[in-house]
Design a protein around this ligand. Structure first.
Ligand code: DQA
Length: 144
């Protein structure tokens, strides 16, 4: 059976193409999703995307998650949203935290992640390729 991964983009990802290219590569969200979809196809995984700039909606997307695994890039919420931590915990699904930039090498406040302890892995600083690593990690876990 083909597993499906829900990819949840958080705040400011709708304007990804306008954000500092030095950190985020200048890719639009649409282009990023095309890349992720290609990686998923190569791995034989299904993928579903969502994006919101509203924290409560992000939590509700977690409440309603129907996939087999999750990839989360909550953007700045990563660093302080205990609401997202709790909603993620509730899903009981394997989740990987992804960041396009190397958050652990940037400002002090970005080095904190309130979801890391309940994720099965974290990929950061690899740009769009980080999503391929996250998909592969989830696939390996789901087929174990
Ligand atoms: C980000 C890193 C966060 O610190 C930042 O607030 C983002 C994007 C990343 O993908 O590198 O919005 O999650």
């Amino acid at each position: 059976m083909k597993h499906r991964i829900d990819v949840l983009h958080g705040i400011n990802f709708d304007v990804l193409g306008r954000r500092p290219a030095a950190h985020y590569g200048g890719l639009t969200l649409e282009a990023l999703e095309v890349r992720i979809k290609r990686y998923a196809d190569e791995l034989g995984l299904g993928v579903a995307f969502s994006q919101t700039n509203h924290e409560g909606e992000y939590c509700e997307a977690l409440h309603n998650a129907t996939g087999d695994g999750l990839i989360l890039n909550p953007g700045a919420w990563t660093h302080y949203s205990w609401a997202i931590h709790d909603a993620l915990e509730l899903t009981g699904l394997p989740a990987v935290e992804v960041h396009l930039s190397a958050v652990d090498e940037r400002e002090e406040w970005r080095r904190v992640s309130v979801i890391r302890d309940i994720c099965v892995g974290t990929v950061q600083g690899k740009g769009p390729d980080g999503y391929r690593d996250a998909l592969a990690l989830l696939q390996e876990r789901l087929e174990r």
